[in-house]
Design a protein around this ligand. Sequence first.
Ligand code: SAM
Length: 293
Amino acid sequence: MFSYRHAFHAGSHADILKHLTLIHLVEYLQEKPGALTIVDTHAGAGIYSLIDGFATVSKEADEGIYRLAKFTADQLATGKPMSAGISNYLECIRNENGDGDISVYPGSPFILARLLRAQDRLKLFELHPKEIDILRHNISELKQAKQIDVYAEDSFARLKGLLPPPSRRGLVLIDPSYEDKQDYRYLETAMEEALQRFATGCYAIWYPVLSRRESAALPDHLKKIAANHKRSWLHAELRVENAPKERRLQASGMFIINPPWTLEKHLAESLPILVKALGQDNRAEFLLKSFEA
Ligand code: SAM
């Protein structure tokens, strides 16, 4: 337990799928002026260097954010359009880097913090003894810090206590490391409890696509949970390669409960481009399915 450090994976294809989706969810929910409460149940350190430390060991950003940035620049240079969703996502990443090249990658806490309006609140959970200190320090430097609560607590146990939020408008990102295979079971229980207390919330769950039984079964389990509560869902996966050895993560997915009606179109535009930009072999592909309750 606690060997996972997100810095190894910052800016990977999995982060791209997750954060591209997340930005769209926040921006859609902010179309109404009412206060929005956002819960990030598995926060990590908040922001990561891509030019020193763990990220330089794994180099996952080379096949992720750097590849996407280059693909986009090449497209634009030849007069080809880029999807608005990908351009918007890249702008969020670039904004964190000032005028220079991309050298830092914002994790979900920073992406979310930057999007907060004055009336919104962000609640971050992190259990790792080192990550929580780094996260607290990073968040304290932000001008939005007063709108953000950081908890060194087990979010699976605490989530239900935060729901429904006072404004009854809420987005919950659930992004475990799945280091402990029990995380799948904890997540399913937390989702059941969350929907009992706050059925209309928007829930975004990230998961790795692995051959492990719990991972393969997760989307179907989430569909059943959504059906039990008569909720709509959207399911997206991005596979960048199908190499024979599982040395690194080849595919990941997002499962959204109560997705905005705009999300499917947004992902239908962006996912084929991500397959082209990030695909490593001819088995790169995406999946996009939804169900309206
Ligand atoms: N959401 C982050 C992002 O997109 O930038 C990445 C988070 S990383 C995949 C998962 C984090 O959850 C790790 O830093 C891990 O220490 C933390 N964690 C694991 N179990 C947890 C729990 N039960 N409650 C809160 N945090 C937990």
